[in-house]
Design a protein around this ligand. Structure first.
Ligand code: GDD
Ligand code: MN
Length: 387
């Protein structure tokens, strides 16, 4: 990450930093920077463009603009991707006493930025949100589906975190340097919900919302997609229960649940084809192993996944770990039944004993996968290609 630790005299050199994350915004960025120059007249500001090596060369256009204007700085990241991490990178390298973030596509109304700046600079709040839900705010003409997605995301945030914020999904906000410094170590920079991170990880920030009407995009397209939605759900679970359950275990559990369905389907189909019961069980288990290995490799352990030829070596390690899980499950269930034989008399209790066995096996497998199948030791043994 491009973190710049400057001496204090440089660190607070500006009154306001405007961090602008960009990905394929070459048409929008120059227009936005022109507009910012007008509205920020009278404020000592800097602009930090963080571009993730856009194929349309937004970084190049930004660099040209920064040659003509010393208020503009450009960070071109070739080693990292993602909206929230771009925002955090830009913030960490910024110089302003007030730090703000806005989209490059002019969907965020720049005319309220000076008000947002003043709300912080005058000490009225720690975080000021450009809000579509505050008086004067609105969503513009959004499709029904986009409205639904936004509404659901907001409702989930409210349910999970009981935040009183009206527009917790906003990507348009400002915060004070002090609040940033106090909170940044706890922020998880993934996905699209960086504001939620700053609000919930901090120490009861004073929040103000200023209304604005979300505009339509003229050039380019949105980067919000299904992956972003899944990441959002995971992030909510992490924000709520992160102190208890690591996010990776939640992913592992999701893959595991899908695996038990595959296990059952494999067994059912094989039995349906007239295969003997032990073989059908074996087919079910093997389908589940292949499936969950694929899923965990791609999803749970994505940053350190096995690729190419080492994919098969990973599978071999995974098979061994699965035998270990099976042994745990068997021993837990037999132990329960030995010490508490009445379990045998009730189907409900039998199922519960089975589920307890599954839970222990999941924990054991998780432990072995994080420490062995996908870890440094596994790395040495199986040499996965790391990205
Ligand atoms: N550097 C970088 N890297 N920038 C990115 C990336 C990335 O991976 N993905 C998106 N951006 C930039 C875009 O170029 C744009 O300037 C801004 O981040 C927001 O992306 P959009 O694709 O325009 O998002 P949106 O308009 O659909 O989503 C808006 O609403 C969301 C939910 O209400 C934004 O305001 C989001 O911030 C907000 O969370
Ligand atoms: Mn946008």
């Amino acid at each position: 990450m491009n973190v710049i630790t400057a001496s204090d005299s440089i660190k607070y050199a500006r009154e306001l930093s405007v961090v602008i994350p960009t990905y394929n915004e070459s048409e929008n960025l120059p227009i936005l920077l022109g507009k910012l120059k007008e509205v920020l007249n009278g404020i000592d500001y800097e602009i930090v463009v963080v571009d993730d090596d856009s194929p349309d060369q937004t970084w190049k256009i930004a660099q040209q603009l920064s040659n003509e204007n010393e208020r503009i700085r450009v960070i071109r990241r070739q080693d990292a991707r993602g909206l929230s991490s771009a925002v955090v990178t830009g913030m960490a390298s910024s110089n302003g006493k007030v730090i703000s973030v806005m989209d490059a596509d002019m969907q965020h109304d720049e005319t309220i930025l000076p008000d947002m700046y003043r709300a912080i600079a005058e000490g009225r709040c720690d975080i000021c949100i450009g809000s579509r839900e505050a008086p004067g705010g609105g969503y513009g003409d959004w499709s029904k589906s986009r409205r639904f997605v936004s509404y659901t995301a907001k409702a989930l945030a409210y349910l999970a975190l009981s935040t009183p914020i009206k527009d917790p999904m906003s990507g348009y906000f400002a915060l004070s340097r002090e609040y940033f410094d106090r909170t940044i170590d706890r922020v998880n920079p993934s996905g699209f919900k960086i504001l939620l991170e700053f609000v919930t990880r901090g120490d009861n920030p004073r929040v103000e919302e200023i209304g604005y009407r979300f505009r339509n995009r003229i050039y380019g397209e949105t980067k919000l997609n299904a992956t972003v939605a899944v990441e959002y759900l995971l992030a909510l679970i992490d924000l709520r229960f992160g102190w208890l359950i690591p996010n990776r275990f939640v992913k592992f559990g999701m893959v595991g649940v899908s695996g038990s369905i595959v296990n059952f389907l494999g067994f059912a189909i094989a039995s349906g084809l007239g295969v003997s019961v032990p073989l059908a069980v074996f087919i079910g288990v093997q389908s589940a192993i292949m499936w969950t290995y694929f899923g965990n490799n791609l999803f749970t352990f994505s940053p350190i996944r096995y690729r190419g030829m080492s994919y098969l070596r990973g599978l071999v390690l995974y098979e061994f770990a699965s035998i270990y899980g099976l042994v745990i499950q068997l021993s837990v269930v037999t132990t329960i039944i030995t010490y508490w034989p009445t379990v045998n008399d009730y189907l409900g209790l039998k199922y519960m004993a089975y589920m307890v066995g599954v839970a222990f096996a999941a924990l054991g497998n998780y432990f072995i996968h994080t420490n062995y199948t996908w870890n440094r030791l596994g790395y040495k043994l199986a040499m996965p290609v790391r990205s």
